[in-house]
Design a protein around this ligand. Structure first.
Ligand SMILES: *[C@@H]1O[C@H](CO)[C@@H](O)[C@H](O)[C@H]1NC(C)=O
Ligand SMILES: *[C@@H]1O[C@H](CO)[C@@H](O)[C@H](O)[C@H]1NC(C)=O
Ligand SMILES: *[C@@H]1O[C@H](CO)[C@@H](O)[C@H](O)[C@H]1NC(C)=O
Ligand SMILES: *[C@@H]1O[C@H](CO)[C@@H](O)[C@H](O)[C@H]1NC(C)=O
Ligand SMILES: *[C@@H]1O[C@H](CO)[C@@H](O)[C@H](O)[C@H]1NC(C)=O
Ligand SMILES: *[C@@H]1O[C@H](CO)[C@@H](O)[C@H](O)[C@H]1NC(C)=O
Ligand SMILES: *[C@@H]1O[C@H](CO)[C@@H](O)[C@H](O)[C@H]1NC(C)=O
Ligand SMILES: *[C@@H]1O[C@H](CO)[C@@H](O)[C@H](O)[C@H]1NC(C)=O
Length: 211
């Protein structure tokens, strides 16, 4: 398990060509505004002081930017990596504007409320880890837009609903929805287009039917 995780992570890093950490402001029109609104929806902004006083958001804690096209500098937010940072509040709909985002890790915090439907706009997202929060509501309306997804971990929240209408995730390797309140039938179409899911964890839910 641990081995696979590291292999996966290494592959992800290697494939994320063009990512660099030069002192650089991120895109002012889209990304900066989106991150500021995200911060504004947190109730405990203690960690986020490093975010507040400049617009060099590619240097902010947990923010990694990447180059787009023939740009010589990285300006678009490619990863938001904020696990175990004591964050409380709701997940802002503004994150749906980060259209170059490839990795979103908000695991092990205290986010509550529902997932904003705008997250389904993250067409390039490969890794989504929202595990160990207090999130509720459905996941599949968001997941339906994430066609590039490789790893989904929404375990240990209070999500519910089913996955019936989902299908067609050709790169899906990790599907960890354990320890929630998901119900209903699973649609095997979720995996039919995939080369093979490596990690599947449906435990501690109320699923019916068979795979
Ligand atoms: C999040 O921030 C936006 C913009 O400031 C605001 O309109 C919205 O009400 C906030 N949401 C919550 C749940 O605080
Ligand atoms: C930014 O930080 C500097 C010193 O750390 C301070 O003097 C300045 O007032 C701050 N600006 C804002 C807008 O908070
Ligand atoms: C980058 O590509 C755009 C078109 O995609 C072009 O208009 C622009 O001149 C290019 N810039 C450089 C520095 O090559
Ligand atoms: C804010 O989070 C930090 C941990 O990141 C914690 O030590 C602090 O007590 C929290 N403050 C409030 C008011 O919840
Ligand atoms: C989420 O699940 C994946 C796969 O099971 C695992 O590699 C990852 O470590 C998990 N995240 C956390 C925060 O435990
Ligand atoms: C799913 O994620 C949880 C963390 O929330 C982890 O403890 C568990 O091992 C993961 N399941 C698999 C099969 O990796
Ligand atoms: C399951 O999730 C709850 C929160 O929803 C958490 O308190 C509990 O520790 C989790 N159980 C496991 C085995 O991870
Ligand atoms: C799945 O297979 C297709 C076709 O063979 C390939 O293009 C794609 O890269 C593969 N995806 C993964 C995650 O290996």
């Amino acid at each position: 398990m641990t081995y696979l995780r590291w292999v996966f992570f290494a592959c992800f890093v290697c494939s994320s060509l063009g990512i660099q950490t030069l002192s650089q402001s991120c895109d002012q029109v889209i990304d900066l505004l989106a991150l500021k609104e995200f911060a504004g929806n947190l109730t405990n902004e203690s960690f986020i002081t490093s975010w507040s006083n400049n617009s060099f958001c590619c240097q902010w804690d947990g923010v990694v930017c990447g180059k787009e096209g023939n740009e010589s500098v990285a300006t678009r937010v490619a990863m938001l990596i904020l696990p175990k940072t004591g964050l409380k509040g709701t997940i802002s709909r503004s994150l749906g504007h980060l259209d170059k985002l490839k990795l979103l890790d908000l695991s092990c915090n205290r986010f509550k409320g529902v997932l904003p439907s705008e997250l389904s706009n993250l067409k390039q997202l490969q890794v989504l880890d929202l595990s160990h929060n207090r999130l509720t509501g459905r996941v599949s309306p968001v997941l339906s837009g994430l066609k590039m997804i490789q790893s989904l971990n929404v375990s240990s929240n209070s999500f519910n609903g089913d996955w019936l209408e989902l299908g067609g995730f050709p790169n899906l390797l990790v599907f960890n929805v354990s320890n929630n309140s998901f119900t209903g039938m699973l649609n095997s179409q979720i995996w039919s287009a995939s080369n093979g899911t490596e990690i599947l964890d449906l435990s501690m839910n109320n699923f019916e039917g068979n795979l």
